[in-house]
Design a protein around this ligand. Structure first.
Ligand SMILES: [Mg+2]
Length: 352
């Protein structure tokens, strides 16, 4: 019997206002299709087309990567990953090419689970945890009224923690008051502060009892400064969504810069690369918390990935105001006591 072969690779861009998805569908002659997702980029500016954030990554898949894997055995995920990474190495081991490769790799892992009729997580060794706690990741809201509404909605939905993307001290204090003693709070400032400001806000977050202070300083990849802040502040530090290769992950973890390591599976090269990075977090005894801000294949893959590592501490579930939704429109997984349960459907399925 001849081995299965890849017969199609298609990109699909979904646009809903400032929210976009770049999906990658890989089809094989087994009559199976796996779907992955590449990083969604940053929202288009008014001067750019709506799909500006993902159109170039889609072109990388369509013109550079997809032609190389047509006819190849879709079961050889590791070989495909290494071939594509080797071929594109001269463009760098991060950036859009690695986002593109991530989407293909995740589609192949989805396909693998569907071929065997099991959750992809089972092919990674099965769940290492019974459940993983989830936090509602609130977008930047900026007003007390909106924070009040969204923290209340997250509490009502069963979350035990919320993450703020606020940068004003008074707004942050207000949100902690709203959260009260029953909701844990993380604060992500996306590298908004210089080191002096980060120390001031970090000291406040220590007093408020924040779970973590995420990407405290600009530039966001200044690992030495993040490590210095981490030594000086008592609030735990989280970062990693802007790191790329295994070498980058090693640099961040080896420097002891972070207490919570947050690689983004749609950027670093998919699950094939992700399994190495989560293992590295285990080696360095650092909590592993997949970064994610989409509700589709990227979230599903992050959940399978989290369950594969005993170091997984939190799952990030994007929490949009009621008037917004991602264009794919998938529902969030049901929470049980604030936790996500292992997925049970074939492939990179979302838990019920
Ligand atoms: Mg973040």
């Amino acid at each position: 019997m001849s081995p299965p072969a890849i017969t199609g690779v298609e990109t699909e861009v979904l646009v809903g206002g400032r929210l976009v998805h770049l999906l990658v569908h890989v089809t094989s002659d087994e009559d199976l299709t796996g779907t992955g997702e590449s990083w969604w980029g940053v929202p288009a500016k008014p001067s750019q087309p709506d799909d500006a954030a993902v159109s170039t990554t889609a072109a990388v898949i369509d013109t550079i990567l997809a032609p190389q894997i047509m006819g190849h055995d879709p079961r050889a995920i590791g070989r495909i990953w290494h071939d594509l990474a080797h071929d594109s190495y001269r463009w760098g081991d991060g950036g859009m090419v690695m986002c593109a490769l991530s989407g293909i790799d995740l589609a192949l892992w989805d396909l693998a689970g569907k071929r065997h009729g099991v959750p992809t997580m089972e092919l990674l060794g099965g769940p290492t945890l019974d459940s993983v706690p989830a936090y509602a990741s609130l977008p930047p809201l900026r007003t007390e009224e909106a924070l009040c509404t969204e923290i209340g909605r997250a509490r009502d939905a069963g979350f035990g923690a919320v993450k703020l993307h606020e940068i004003e001290a008074d707004t942050i204090r207000f949100a902690f008051d709203e959260a009260g003693p029953d909701l844990k709070v993380m604060v992500d400032v996306n590298g908004h502060f210089d080191p002096i400001e980060a120390r001031t806000i970090g000291a406040m977050l220590s007093d408020l009892g924040a779970v973590w202070f995420e990407e405290p300083v600009s530039p966001m990849r200044d690992v030495a400064m993040i490590a210095e802040l981490g030594r000086d502040l008592s609030v735990p530090i989280a970062a990693g969504e802007n790191e790329w290769s295994l070498l980058d992950a090693d640099r961040m973890l080896r420097s002891r810069a972070v207490d919570y390591f947050q690689p983004e599976i749609t950027k670093i090269g998919g699950l094939t690369a992700g399994l190495r990075q989560s293992a590295l977090a285990e080696l360095h005894n650092v909590a592993f918390c997949p970064h994610n801000f989409r509700n589709g294949p990227s979230l599903a893959a992050s959940i399978h990935w989290a369950f594969s590592s005993p170091n997984a501490k939190w799952l990030e579930l994007p929490w949009l105001p009621e008037v917004l939704d991602f264009p794919l429109g998938w529902p969030l997984p049901t929470l049980v006591d604030g936790h996500v349960l292992p997925p049970v459907g074939p492939g990179l399925s979302m838990p019920d």
